[in-house]
Write a protein that binds this ligand. Structure first.
Ligand code: ATP
Ligand code: MG
Length: 187
């Protein structure tokens, strides 16, 4: 799983998903859209159903990469430990993909020991954040990916200023953003 707020999803997320899937020979990568991201509660978050629809549009045609509504279906605040418990199945091996910025903050998560127990952590390089290794009890893989200086925060600012999103966000996802009138004004 690659969890995130995806407000909005962008090419950096997809490049991470595709390259980790290839490097570790994973069957599927789920982009798990957070319902209520408890670490971002200080700013206005786009409604979860809109963020999910944009992710669904973004993954179209990318084999083995899927949008997941599991955290939205569960409702409430989204914790990765709960999601991994939900995804756990006999014979299934779980991997949790995070950028190096997020890997530095794992100790702030709810029930980190459960997360460490249920999944192998996959840290992908993200420019501006040094590669970190949280050490035991985490099982960690590192995957180098092309460094794309793209963030959802910057995309929200670009959209508010009327600057283009094209090719920073997949075109079908931009179409979905425009159809729903998202990120159009006030940020
Ligand atoms: P925001 O600026 O709102 O925090 P973001 O671009 O960081 O948005 P998130 O939804 O917070 O996107 O990120 C979800 C996951 O994707 C995190 O693990 C994050 O580290 C990773 N990620 C996001 N952008 C990139 C990128 N360009 N390269 C590698 N990993 C990324
Ligand atoms: Mg982020």
């Amino acid at each position: 799983m690659l969890g995130g707020t995806f407000d909005p999803v962008h090419t950096g997320h997809l490049v991470a998903a595709v390259n980790v899937r290839h490097a570790l020979k994973l069957d599927r990568v789920l982009l798990v859209v957070a319902n209520a991201p408890w670490q971002k509660s200080s700013r206005r978050i786009t409604p979860a159903a809109d963020r999910l629809a944009v992710v669904e549009a973004a993954v179209q045609g990318t084999p083995g990469v899927e949008a997941s509504s599991v955290e939205i279906d569960r409702g409430g605040e989204s914790y990765t430990a709960d999601t991994l418990e939900h995804l756990e199945q006999p014979g299934r091996e779980l991997f949790l993909i995070v950028g190096s910025d997020v890997a530095a903050d794992l100790h702030t998560w709810r029930r980190p020991e459960v997360v460490a127990h249920l999944a192998t952590l996959v840290v992908v390089t993200r420019g501006g954040s040094p590669d970190v290794d949280p050490g035991p009890p985490w099982r960690v893989e590192h995957v180098r990916i092309p460094q794309l200086e793209i963030s959802s925060s910057d995309l929200r600012a670009r959209s508010a200023d009327g600057r283009p999103l094209e090719h920073l966000v997949p075109l079908p996802a931009i179409a979905c953003i425009r159809e729903r009138g998202l990120y159009a004004g006030d940020r």
